[in-house]
Design a protein around this ligand. Structure first.
Ligand code: P6P
Length: 337
């Protein structure tokens, strides 16, 4: 059994032949994201020890109270990507607009990156796992000019790479460039992400469903009937309040995560650009499915603005298909697909 350590950097370089435009820029960009993740991890792991807890006196674009660590993670990701020379601009949950980068060493970067720097950050103060979500698009605007919003208003199907980092009992980076999904666990003794979960495939179904049951009475009929179905079939409920953590569990144990429209969030709460699309890209590449609660494939949904919200049902293919049947059977809105 060959249990030689394979670091993230080594893996990326080995698989560079898989990249459609294997000229090394995407490899370098992924490595830079790995560096940012290590820096963020260092601070997340000691959040309880230094005065970076508590509420920054700011709100982000979603109107959420921003924890200081959100801002720290946001800044570190921007620094790493700005200096990489491979990224032309970023969009972040913590930024109202895109941030474009000037050229580094005369390079004209091919890519832009979207990210939620610290998803589920309300859990930080109670030591529950949180995560960073990222997605990589090829630029479509004029490479001789600064990147524009046009580069970010691309459907999820145009992603060339996506992944997440979960800061939990261990820190794991999971990513795909469209050719399989692989997980790397950070070994703090050597400061390297090491291949730990090769070619992840999501189970066809699982024993848990994941939804904020507290909103049950506010859900539409089809969602309530689906939840009743899960309960009638003795499925367990696991909901962490950190989408990265729930999706990570589902990737390995199977299951379904749902965030439908509610009175407070009639379009859904989660953000399409930097939460739903990247995680759907990962889940689909692991053999899963991701649709809106109106039954559109998440990755096909047109991106019209940076902080656009979406409803989502994502996870094991058999369970997403089952949920789809409930929507078709109980939804007031006729479905034609
Ligand atoms: P609710 C965290 O704020 C987040 O964006 C996701 O990580 C999480 O799944 C969801 O919101 C939790 O939302 O309304 O259930 O508290």
């Amino acid at each position: 059994m060959n249990n030689r350590i394979v670091t993230l950097d080594e893996f990326i370089l080995r698989r560079q032949k898989d990249f459609p435009f294997a000229s090394g820029e995407l490899s370098a960009l992924l490595r830079d994201i790995g560096v940012a993740a290590k820096i963020v991890n260092r601070e997340v792991n000691k959040a309880g020890l230094v005065n970076i807890l508590g509420i920054a006196d700011a709100e982000n674009q979603s109107g959420d109270i921003v924890q200081k660590l959100d801002l720290y993670a946001n800044d570190k990701l921007i620094d790493c990507l700005k200096n990489s020379g491979e990224c032309a601009a970023v969009a972040s949950e913590e930024l109202e607009d895109i941030v474009t980068f000037s050229s580094v060493e005369g390079k004209s970067p091919k890519y832009v990156v979207v990210f939620d720097p610290l998803d589920g950050s309300s859990n930080i103060d109670v030591n529950v796992s949180v995560g960073t979500i990222f997605g990589i698009y090829r630029r479509i605007s004029d490479k001789n000019e600064s990147a524009t919003l046009e580069d970010f208003f691309q459907a999820g199907t145009e992603l060339v790479g996506a992944g997440y980092v979960i800061y939990g009992t261990s820190t794991i980076l999971v990513y795909t460039t469209g050719n399989g999904v692989n997980g790397f666990t950070l070994d703090p003794t050597i400061g390297e992400f090491c291949l730990s979960h090769k070619d992840i495939k999501i189970p066809e179904r699982g024993n848990y469903y994941s939804v904020n049951q507290g909103y049950y009475l506010k859900f539409d009929l089809e969602m309530r009937r689906y939840i009743d179905h899960c309960s009638d079939h003795n499925m367990g409920l696991r909901y962490i309040g950190s989408m990265v953590s729930d999706i990570h569990r589902i990737l390995f144990q199977g299951g379904i995560f749902l965030y439908p429209n509610t009175r407070k969030y009639p379009q859904g709460k989660l953000r399409l650009l930097y939460e739903c699309n990247p995680l759907s890209f990962v889940v689909e590449n692991a053999g899963g499915k991701a649709i809106t609660c109106q039954l559109d494939r998440i990755l096909d949904v047109p991106v019209k603005h940076l902080h656009q919200r979406a409803t989502i049902a994502i996870g094991s293919p058999a369970m997403v298909d089952e949920y789809k049947e409930f929507v078709e059977r109980y939804s007031a809105v006729p479905t034609f697909n």
